[in-house]
Design a protein around this ligand. Structure first.
Ligand code: MN3
Length: 196
């Protein structure tokens, strides 16, 4: 049985960029629903005691296990998303191996952030934009619906949720404004660097 992880910040701490109301719904209702659904789906099955990453890897690509995969991946993705945000986030990348890899692949920090934004904005419909580690390089990818890099053997460093429930209360249809604000004001680049 899984519990909804607590947010790593208070409900008001990301104001005005991500409102208390958004967090109450996004964490308290949406994230909670994925946890509740997952618990109901695995109860009394052979997967009842598996950890989250095992559940995701065991059910990925299996049509008869799509419900478990979708809810398990959404639980994992949301917890990872919250952990990558912080009050007074954004700003410049911390020095170190992560920044070095970004400069090597993208040439400059601005171009990296522009490409991350472009991936998040261009994801058609619900999904996620990701910064992942592949070998020793940094790569930007996007996934649809619940799909997650850990189902594809990639190591996630950071994610941005681009499901409408992530931004509609604060930004309505303006996904580009939401994404730009997350990148400029909320992303915890030290979290991404520490995952590298
Ligand atoms: Mn979400």
């Amino acid at each position: 049985m899984f519990d909804l992880p607590k947010l790593p910040f208070g409900l008001d701490d990301l104001e005005p960029f991500m409102s208390r109301k958004t967090l109450e719904f996004h964490h308290g209702k949406h994230h909670q629903a994925y946890v509740t659904n997952l618990n109901n789906l695995i109860k009394d099955t052979e997967l009842a005691n598996a950890d989250l990453e095992t559940l995701i890897k065991e059910t990925a690509g299996k049509a008869d296990k799509a419900g478990i995969f979708n809810n398990a991946a959404q639980v994992w993705n949301h917890t990872f998303f919250w952990n990558g945000l912080k009050p007074a986030g954004g700003g410049t990348l911390p020095d170190g191996a992560f920044k070095d890899a970004i400069l090597r692949v993208f040439k400059d920090e601005g171009k990296f952030k522009d490409e991350l934004k472009a991936a998040a904005v261009s994801q058609f419909g619900s999904g996620w934009a990701w910064v992942v580690k592949e070998n020793d390089d940094v790569k930007i990818i996007k996934t649809s619906n619940a799909d997650t890099p850990i189902a594809h053997g990639l190591k996630p460093l950071l994610t941005i949720d681009v499901w409408e429930h992530a931004y509609y209360l604060d930004y309505q249809n303006k996904r580009p404004d939401y994404v730009q604000t997350v990148i400029d004001k909320l992303i915890d680049w030290h979290f991404a660097a520490s995952n590298f």
